[in-house]
Design a protein around this ligand. Structure first.
Ligand code: FA5
Length: 376
């Protein structure tokens, strides 16, 4: 742009002549109208409304005009640029609408067509962990046993030496499906099984000794769902009945299981006295912490989050099958003895895989299950 020049005559400035401005305007409007798609319109916009377009260049000349000529030339160029921008915007709207209509047709998806790309799901880690545990024992000759989840109260409690007024019945908060039918003389109601131990009774009644069974399954208790409890959870039960079985066999079996599940040297269990009506003696079983192997105990330099530096992790309950249970299930306690154990799978999944909240296991989100893969 030149400096204001008093002798500068707008009539002499070619680019600012009215006919020239009109021509520029008309050329721009025609170019927009001729643009067949948004890409062509973008090029026309650069050529006719961009910073180096004829109208923009003409506009720059205005600054050099003498003051008395500026207003007239400015008005002329401004009107022309306004018309150009209006034509550009109108064509833009038209072409966008055309594009949208075309895309709707061209990219239409026939949702009724059959398709084969189903996203791969994931098996739930509770299932794979239960199968892994069952595999360890089937490799040792155990059979997988099953029982109903809606269970007769007799199997869930009575056969297991929970006498009707035994305080141990209160230990497990039970979902009753049907109360005892007093009128028919049937004193056994129906419950959602509170543990997998009724499968012990069923296995002994169904099979002749020796009995070696492992029973993974779902159980129910009236616990609130929170980070460490769920009303529907899973247990694995093991029962062995044979001649001459002792606590040493129980201990050896438990040690073998934790070595197989957690691997490596030094994996072992310990038993602490406890009470279950269906085992005598009964014990609480702990396994040595598979992360610190007990080395965090009394060692503040090496704290262990997994066991809270206690060196042991609680697994579940176990014991020698109470002779009263053997009798109730038709097994001669003079000839046979048995051992059993049972533990919670959710709890094992939590400490084995650092799952902090049990609720994650029940929400059914594949983002939780997928990282576990197919094998556990
Ligand atoms: C029993 O259920 C016994 N039947 C175990 C047993 C079998 C003992 C054979 C002796 C011989 P207990 O009530 O402690 O025991 O439960 C076993 C495990 O179930 C617990 O260690 C815990 O891991 C798990 N568990 C109990 N309640 C819940 C719950 N609400 N949510 C998740 N897991 C639970």
């Amino acid at each position: 742009m030149s400096a204001p020049n008093k002798s500068y005559d707008p009539v002499e400035v070619e680019a600012l002549k009215p006919a020239e401005i009109e021509r520029m305007r008309d050329e721009a409007v025609a170019a927009f109208a001729a643009a067949g798609d948004l890409e062509a319109l973008a090029h026309a916009k650069t050529a006719h409304a961009g910073g180096t377009s004829p109208l923009s260049l003409a506009n720059r000349e205005i600054g050099a005009l003498p003051p008395q000529a500026k207003a007239e030339a400015g008005k002329r160029v401004g009107q022309a640029r306004g018309a150009v921008n209006k034509a550009l915007a109108a064509r833009q709207v038209e072409l966008e609408a055309e594009r949208d209509t075309r895309v709707l047709v061209e990219e239409a998806v026939d949702v009724t067509l059959p398709y084969d790309r189903v996203p791969a799901g994931a098996r739930h880690p509770l299932t794979t962990l239960m199968e892994r545990i069952a595999d360890i024992f089937t490799a040792m000759g155990y059979a997988v046993a099953d029982g109903p989840e809606v269970e007769a109260e007799w199997y869930n409690f009575d056969a297991l030496n929970f006498v009707p007024d035994h305080p141990a019945r209160q230990m497990q908060d039970t979902f009753f499906v049907q109360g005892p039918d007093g009128t028919s003389g049937d004193e056994s109601g129906v419950v959602l099984r509170t543990h997998t131990s009724p499968v012990q009774a069923r296995a002994m009644l169904d099979r002749e000794p020796p009995v070696y069974v492992i029973c993974p399954g779902r159980v129910y208790r009236t616990d609130e769902l929170d980070a460490t409890h769920t009303p529907v959870f899973h247990q694995v039960e093991l029962l062995a009945v044979d001649e001459g079985l002792t606590m040493a066999d129980l201990k050896g079996t438990l040690d073998h299981m934790v070595q197989e599940l957690f691997g490596g040297e030094g994996m072992k269990t310990r038993l602490r006295p406890n009470f279950f009506p269906f085992t005598e003696p009964s014990a609480e079983m702990d396994m040595v912490c598979y992360v610190c192997r007990g080395e965090s105990v009394g060692n503040p330099d090496r704290p262990c989050r997994t066991c809270g530096s206690e060196g042991w992790i609680e697994l579940g309950g176990c014991g020698m099958v109470n002779p009263k249970v053997l009798v109730a299930c038709g097994v001669d306690p003079e000839k046979y003895s048995g051992f059993a154990f049972g533990f919670g799978i959710e709890r094992m999944l939590m400490f084995r895989h650092n799952v902090e909240d049990m609720r994650d296991m029940v929400e059914g989100d594949v983002r939780f299950t997928r990282p576990f893969g197919m094998e556990i």
